[in-house]
Design a protein around this ligand. Sequence first.
Ligand code: S3P
Length: 428
Amino acid sequence: MQEKINPVKALRGDIEVSADKSISHRSAIFAALAQGESRIKNYLLAEDTLSTCHCIEQLGVKIVQDKNNFIINSPGIEGLIEPAAVLDCGNSGTTMRLMSGLLAGRPFYSVLSGDESLSNRPMRRIVEPLSSMGAHIWGRENNSKPPLAIQGSKLQGGMFNMSVASAQVKSALLLAGLQADNSTVIIEPHRSRDHSERMLQAMGADLSIEDNKITLSPGKPLSVCDWTIPGDISSAAFFLVAATIVPNSELRIRQVGINPTRTGIIQVLMKMGANIKIENSTIIAGEPVADLIIKSAPLKAITVNKEMIPEMIDEIPVLAVAMAVAKGESIVQGANELRVKETDRIKAISTELRKMGVDITELEDGFVVKGNPEGLKSAQVFSYGDHRIAMSLAIAALVADKTTEILSSEAVNISFPEFWCIMERIIA
Ligand code: S3P
């Protein structure tokens, strides 16, 4: 599919974005751990999170769906059954990595596969630590790529000093650690999103956090869950940037998750000069949630360093768009992880924004952008089948001189199927 986007004069509206992808995945997988009925309200109905549902259903978990509200009935972790077919994780790295942690300790055989993009994403980062806990995992290219074949077994905990801050790897280790004979200690180089820790603590797990160190002691029974999923700040980010860079705009985005391990994009945009207000703050199911009100504002350049990356890893492509219209030279560095996302996002966003007239130079671990507040040039651009590249380019198109065409625009269905409808609504 392709989408044509015209430049706009203003954006206005009062919107909600789709439910948080990270929390949705976890709510389904964690519900599978606890015996009985868990209730999830506002589950994200997108391709990635539905892949997770299909995987847990194949393990014997029953899901009753009423629109985006789910009742998940699990036989409990000990009652999960060997899947009769390959577990298809689609495009979702979170599904594959978290499911691997769960399956590593189950006494049966399973195979996890994915689409072309996922089949090329690095898995050694979970295969090595899970194997050291006692699991048997095989993958292509010397156990580094999917499909993964897992023969689960008895696991031992241990101490894991992670070299990359990755919430997926951390969560895989926690899921394995819950099934181990002794404690698991994880030390992160920088704090990555902490939804797993919050949710497992709420379910009764013996988990403590001290700075970057997480200690999990297995054995405590986990209680069923009752979660309401907040709006996804990673989806809201597209509209934070859009309403900032399109003149005469004002948007309210309701009920967005503002967990401090995820709000890097708000902080960085505000340092660049963005006008973002936070209202109606509250806590829903253990996660801070608020309305975000954004008015357009001129932006100035900024440098984003390695320590700031984990809190905004998924928002860097759309940040590049903000940098493209900011005054001065912006730099993103220490973001090597972007090269191993759904696509090489450093290459993808640099190549496509260059087609739109942006002066952007790739670095090994980021990029340098010389901003032009006058706006961008229209072009035909490509999403590379990556949802966040498609949506970032759509935001760039709003400040181009003429119509921009985005190829492979259906990629938004991975995390934010309502994206194009909301765009239309706020332009009208
Ligand atoms: C996620 C963690 C991040 C992020 C991804 C979702 C999660 O990946 O990029 O979109 O839900 O745990 P890494 O763990 O690889 O950093």
